[in-house]
Write a protein that binds this ligand. Sequence first.
Ligand SMILES: [Zn+2]
Ligand SMILES: [Zn+2]
Length: 239
Amino acid sequence: MIKWLQLLFNFVLPPRCLLCGKEVSADGILCSECFSRINFIVHPYCKKCGKPFEYHLSDKEIFCPECLSHKSPFRMCRSAVVYDENSKKLILDFKFFDHLENKSLLANWLLLAGKDIFSESVDLLIPVPLHFSRLLKRKYNQSAVLCDALSKLSHIPANYKALKKTKHTLPQVSCNGKQRLKNVRNAFEVTHPEMVKNKRIVLIDDVFTTGSTLKECARVLKKAGAESVCALTIARVCD
Ligand SMILES: [Zn+2]
Ligand SMILES: [Zn+2]
């Protein structure tokens, strides 16, 4: 009976591609043309920060110059796709225009992109929080929605209480590289240190641009006693 109802529903309101609106075979997917235009991040990339390389240098573990010369607050960072014109619409629709139907596809991409991270034990998923005032304006935190979907897929618990954004900051897109770090400095607080102490945490966000926000979250989580912090995002800005 339910199958018949589903068939009737699909006849009246057929599933549509999340990007171009073309009719597709199931809900929450892209048509083959739109899918072929998504640039998934595949090997070779930096073993630590996940930054893609243009050439495969050797089969050994490869680190980018930045990871070789700087101490990173992350155990590992991974992103599913390159942030470009093709992935941008999917993410911005989800973030600002209430297209919550994009959630399931994006969470599945996170799960695939995080396979290196999840190959070692992880205790908690934590979304990058929004300041209360921005949450009121936007109605939902896109990172928390993603985190919830990923938690259901991966069976890893999510925590929405421990990390808070306590300082209202300028949107990161309005700042350049150095300003971004300064803008988010001391903007986050661990309000429940007992929830993160000795935990192996994965931070969830939509886009990794310079990583300033994620780095600041990792810094306060580690200061509060987290054992390790990874970052997992849908997309990454690649120059
Ligand atoms: Zn399409
Ligand atoms: Zn790196």
